[in-house]
Design a protein around this ligand. Structure first.
Ligand code: FEO
Length: 184
């Protein structure tokens, strides 16, 4: 008796998403390593923490596939792209990586909707919400570097930004979590 509750298409798409989250983790690791090498230890720390978060996302998808009776296939993770050329470029790459991930997540949401796989549709809603946070976080990084002077940021401004990110929270607050008593 087949106990797999995922269609072949959804199982494949979830497996691809699982690898994509692992890839995101590698991307953040490579940028963190670049930042550390350039002496931006605060930025590196922030990116290292985020790499762990991406790995947690990968595990979340893996556990869901198994929970539904599917097979999680562990495959090669593509190498991250080239190192950033500047702090601004680093944050632009982070933002682009998050937007790409959101696009992949939306495809899975649509696919599960088309197949009326409401369990997967419901599972994916967590990722839809998470991506709002992740994109906000990336936009905030870009705003910070813009204020610091962008590509022309002085050493002093970059030093302050680096120190600031050392203690920055890992998650951006999400608008859906706002209440009258605790507006964000
Ligand atoms: Fe797992 Fe940054 O999204």
């Amino acid at each position: 008796m087949d106990t797999n509750r995922l269609s072949k298409t959804i199982e494949e798409a979830l497996n691809a998403q699982m690898t994509k989250e692992a890839h995101a983790s590698q991307i953040y690791l490579s940028y963190a390593s670049w930042a550390s090498d350039k002496g931006f230890d605060g930025i590196a720390n922030f990116l290292f923490r985020h790499a762990n978060e991406e790995r947690n996302h990968m595990m979340k998808v893996l556990e869901y596939i198994l929970e539904r009776g599917g097979k999680a296939k562990i495959v090669t993770i593509p190498a991250p792209d080239a190192d950033p050329t500047s702090v601004q470029n680093c944050f632009e790459k982070v933002f682009q990586s998050e937007v790409d991930n959101t696009t992949a997540i939306y495809k899975l949401v649509k696919m599960s909707h088309d197949e009326q796989d409401w369990a997967t549709w419901n599972f994916m809603q967590w990722f839809v919400k998470e991506q709002i946070e992740e994109e906000t976080l990336a936009m905030n990084l870009l705003n910070k570097i813009k204020i610091a002077g962008g590509e022309k940021a002085s050493g002093e401004a970059l030093y302050a930004l680096d120190r600031d990110l050392e203690s920055a929270p890992d998650d951006a607050p999400s608008a859906e979590d706002a209440t009258a008593a605790n507006p964000i």
